[in-house]
Design a protein around this ligand. Structure first.
Ligand code: ADP
Ligand code: ZN
Ligand code: ZN
Length: 747
């Protein structure tokens, strides 16, 4: 009999604690191990006599001629007859790299998203541990002040500042001090003078909360919302905080955590893209000091390992992180917040295609703790759950402080002369805004509107030779780029087809808009915010600093500007082209368009002065845009949900996509066609197989089969069968397939 031990305790697997006396049962001699391989199978090994292992532990195992890092999934398994198992070589640490709850979470996600368990489990380890490095880290030194009072020289400003920092946060580590701009010789010098000493590393105080500010007093609306937030942190609850932009949701999260989270507990705050909103991190730091820890893609491997270890060892941190933070091995997680829960970046687009938001909800359920989803424009999934009573809905429909919601107006640009997409009334509105000493934001909706090169004589448009897309034109380096593969080339001066010189860029990109604005407003700084202008580390910070100075300027940018920024002096938002999502083939496009427009509109008038939003469109009588002007997302969401229900689309049904790509379209379609008979099972509806909207990407031909079902369980079961079947089929090496559960893009 195999007894499932509780892997969180250090009990060996064969020790069964019964009250009064202990029973020794057969020691498991075999273990099933997951490897970091894209294989839907596990590998059995023998556990040597001298070794005990438990599920979640990290081990080294022989694999062919290699030695690989593995994670124990199960012990006491029966291998097929006649197979001699190789032994596990080494247990890498005495504790579980993946504690029980994290292990369960990942197993569930592996099944839900139909992704190989090994890869799912390894996603939750920091890169160093994936590679099999030891988990011991060089202990960082922690510092505290002494009783000694020795005067420092009057000009030793840095040393004084250093001493103050240490006195303010006793237990602060050398690493943290170096990050704050001090250096090791300065620390050594203070130590030599007897002014600081090492603090006990067993009890680092650096992670204790240092509440250095009193936040603003909550408004009556915020207070009412705060009362509705979950009162206990030891039971599962899901809350949707629907609060309009600038209603003070972040302030509420802060208030909630200060009220409910105990000093020894962990919390997780998921945010879409940390680098874009350093302000959020600063706000949390002001409340919780060193207890705030950040997790995002810019961390290096050793920072990742250090943070991962702090969380695994139960330090009471409040982690602010992007998507993958939800997979960290928390041991005492008592609250989860998902900010901007509608944001697309929560869904991983490749490999293990999980949704950070949805995994967060499941994690809260496993942990029996509250999860709060916040947004001014909730996803239709969450809105539906709230409407059905599965989530508790809190509405916060007033702006915090003195700010008023902006006034939104449509501006029909049919038959109006435009300059780089900007109409005269828009330019006039910008001019008036600047004249009042305020800032304007010009939003260029990239989706569906990239600038391309076109011949005005023969109509030729430059296309990517490897993909079924047009190349976009980048004025700065006169280059043509494909956004679907990495092709780029110099733009030619004449039409490659008819040699006409009348070969020019059309369509609006941020660069062209920026140039036109610079011509129109030569004395005003123009600040461009898009993927290209923010690539360099720290560039977003300097951009934000410029805007936060409050001086008149024009911000020009794409989707990135819609993300949670707080620009108190922006009073005008002009949307260059609203129509991208109105007639798209993707069923999520209208939802995303409405969310983006409302989010970017929400940047207007967040301070003392009222804001105005001008939306340029060729479809000013479209019902969605008209509702948008009335400003209530709740009404729009209900309207969009009703359409989804009629179309029998998510969230009313479960959806998955099976995608195939191959050297020919025929091969892709054939693969999907071979699957279709399996779907005939009751209740599964299929659309396709069809070529994808971009049917050719980097010379690979792509097709898809959409699967829908009223029963998620049934769909999940079918997907398992499909994956198993395809794994066993002998496909040409160049034919690839993937499954995407709850797809965000269906094109
Ligand atoms: P959201 O997260 O909903 O966009 P924030 O929490 O960022 O809203 O608040 C928007 C702005 O209003 C911020 O500048 C914030 O400091 C301010 N604010 C929030 N709550 C209050 C309050 N109770 N009193 C005064 N200002 C507030
Ligand atoms: Zn031509
Ligand atoms: Zn291409």
């Amino acid at each position: 009999m195999a007894i499932r031990n509780s892997p969180d305790t250090m009990q060996p697997a064969y020790f069964c604690p019964l009250p009064g006396y202990a029973v020794t049962v057969t020691r498991p001699s075999t273990a099933r191990i997951a490897l970091n391989r894209p294989l839907r199978r596990l590998f059995d090994y023998r556990i040597p006599e001298t070794m005990t292992v438990s599920p979640g532990q990290r081990v080294k195992v022989p694999f062919g001629r290699q030695t690989l890092t593995g994670l124990v999934v199960e012990t006491g398994v029966t291998p097929p007859d006649g197979i001699t198992l190789k032994p596990i070589l080494e247990v890498l640490e005495p504790w579980l790299a993946l504690p029980t709850a994290t292990f369960q979470l990942l197993s569930w996600a592996s099944d839900y998203y139909q992704h190989p368990l090994g890869e799912c489990l390894f996603t939750a380890l920091p890169p160093a541990l994936r590679r099999g490095r030891p988990s011991q880290q060089k202990q960082d030194e922690h510092w505290q002040g002494t009783q000694n009072i020795a005067p420092l020289p009057a000009n030793a400003h840095r040393q004084k500042a250093l001493l103050e920092s240490i006195q303010r946060a006793p237990g602060i580590s050398t690493g943290e001090l170096v990050k704050a701009g001090f250096n090791r010789p300065q620390i050594k010098s203070l130590r030599d003078k007897g002014l600081i000493e090492l603090s006990d590393p067993q009890h680092p105080t650096s992670s204790e909360s240092i509440v250095t500010v009193d936040g603003p007093r909550l408004s009556p609306a915020q207070l009412a919302a705060a009362k509705e937030l979950p009162q206990v942190t030891d039971r599962f609850s899901a809350t949707l905080l629907y609060g309009i932009t600038g209603s003070g949701k972040t302030e509420l999260y802060l208030h909630y955590l200060t009220q409910k989270l105990q000093d020894d507990q962990q919390a997780l705050v998921l945010v879409p893209e940390i680098n874009l909103t350093p302000q959020t991190l600063e706000r949390f730091r002001r409340y919780f000091g060193n207890r705030i820890v950040a997790w995002h893609s810019a961390l290096n491997d050793s920072e990742r390992l250090a943070t991962w270890l702090r969380i695994r060892h139960g330090e009471p941190v409040i982690l602010i992180g992007t998507r993958s933070a939800v997979l960290l091995p928390f041991t005492n997680l008592r609250a989860i917040v998902v900010d901007e829960e509608h944001d697309n970046s929560y869904k991983q687009g490749e490999g293990f295609r999980y949704s950070g938001r949805d995994v967060a909800v499941y994690r809260a359920h496993l942990n029996q703790c509250p999860v709060i989803l916040g947004s001014a424009t909730p996803s239709l999934e969450s809105w539906h759950n709230a409407r059905q009573g599965k989530y508790h809905l809190i509405r916060l429909e007033q702006r915090a402080g003195n700010a008023l919601p902006p006034e939104v107006a449509l501006l029909d640009i049919r038959s109006r002369p435009l300059e780089a997409g900007l109409s005269r009334p828009t330019l006039n509105a910008i001019k008036e805004t600047l004249a009042r000493g305020e800032q304007a934001l010009v939003f260029v909706n990239r989706r569906g509107f990239a600038p391309i090169m076109m011949c005005f004589d023969c109509g030729h448009m430059e296309e990517c030779p490897r993909c079924d897309t047009r190349l976009t034109y980048h004025r700065r380096d006169r280059a043509m780029r494909c956004h679907h593969c990495d092709l780029h080339m110099a733009a030619s001066h004449s039409c490659p087809k008819c040699r006409s010189e009348n070969f020019k860029p059309v369509g609006q990109g941020t660069e062209r808009t920026e140039e036109t604005l610079a011509e129109q407003f030569p004395d005003t700084p123009i600040v461009r915010v898009d993927r290209d202008s923010t690539q360099r580390k720290g560039s977003i910070q300097s951009i934000l600093a410029k805007v936060n100075s409050g001086d008149p300027c024009i911000l020009v940018g794409t989707q990135m500007l819609a993300k949670g920024h707080d620009f108190p002096n922006v009073t005008l938002v002009a949307v260059v082209n609203a129509d991208g999502g109105l007639f798209s083939v993707d069923f999520r496009a209208p939802e995303q368009m409405v969310q983006t427009l409302l989010q970017v509109s929400g940047r207007a008038g967040r301070g003392e002065k009222p804001g105005k939003v001008l939306i340029q469109t060729c479809h000013s009588d479209h019902p969605l845009l008209k509702s948008l002007c009335q400003g209530s997302y709740a009404a729009l969401a209900d309207q969009l949900l009703a359409e989804r229900q009629i179309g029998a689309l998510p969230p009313f049904r479960a959806m998955a996509i099976l995608r195939a790509e191959a050297d020919t379209m025929q091969a892709s379609l054939q693969l999907l066609d071979s699957i279709k008979p399996m779907t005939a099972a009751n209740g599964i509806e299929t659309w396709g197989p069809l070529p994808a909207v971009i049917a050719r990407k980097a010379d690979r031909h792509r097709a898809q089969l959409i699967l829908c079902s009223d029963s998620r369980k049934q769909l999940n079961r079918l997907l398992s069968q499909i994956c198993q079947h395809l794994d066993q089929s002998k496909l040409p090496a160049s034919t690839k397939w993937i499954v995407d559960v709850d797809p965000q893009e269906t094109g």
